[in-house]
Design a protein around this ligand. Structure first.
Ligand SMILES: [Fe+2]
Length: 190
């Protein structure tokens, strides 16, 4: 399944991290590649509320990161390695949005499930312990200010450092209903 993220994987500069990313994508649940980004249709633009829409949403979030980090006067404070971590965190951030086994609705605590997945599997595919910790923090805090829910007792961690805030920003922008991106077969139309 990693081929669906071929372009996004190529944004990762370190070959070891890129290969680990491919292996982690291949471990994501089957439904991730099929479901829309919003289980109710209430959130997310039209392009992400179709079959395969969660992949589209993921691609938009990654693309924002890539575009913004490539702009030297905007976000030039991230090292190459930071940038790889940000891209990988965004690829995986919603990987378990409906739980370990597919549930009907989005799980509010999905950031913790995806973050735990990376912590548990990351080292077996060649990531370092430090990288797994960084990814855990980036993924678990990706909801930003939307860290509580009336449907759950879980309080998600808030983004604290600039990398964590950046990941949240890219996810948040990709979720806005007013920014609709054209896709053909899960590929952004340029
Ligand atoms: Fe997301």
């Amino acid at each position: 399944m990693k081929d669906i993220f071929k372009s996004e994987l190529n944004y990762i500069m370190d070959k070891r991290v890129r290969e680990a990313a491919g292996e982690l994508i291949d471990m994501l649940p089957e439904y991730f590649f099929r479901v829309p980004a919003s289980s109710t249709g209430k959130y997310h633009p039209k392009c992400s509320n179709v079959e395969g829409g969660l992949v589209n949403h993921t691609k938009i979030a990654v693309r924002y990161a890539k575009e913004l980090m490539s702009n030297d006067i905007l976000f030039n404070n991230f090292s190459k390695h930071d940038q790889d971590m940000i891209i990988l965190a965004l690829i995986l951030h919603d990987g378990f949005k409906h739980g370990l086994e597919e549930e009907k609705y989005v799980r509010f605590d999905h950031p913790m499930i995806s973050a735990n997945f990376v912590k548990e599997e990351g080292e077996s595919v060649g990531l370092t312990k430090e990288e797994c910790d960084t990814l855990y923090e980036l993924i678990s805090s990706h909801m930003g200010i939307f860290n509580t829910s009336t449907y759950s007792d879980v309080v998600l961690p808030l983004p604290k450092n600039s990398m964590q805030k950046f990941v949240h920003m890219c996810d948040d922008l990709a979720s806005k209903k007013f920014i609709n991106v054209e896709f053909v077969n899960n590929n952004i139309v340029e």
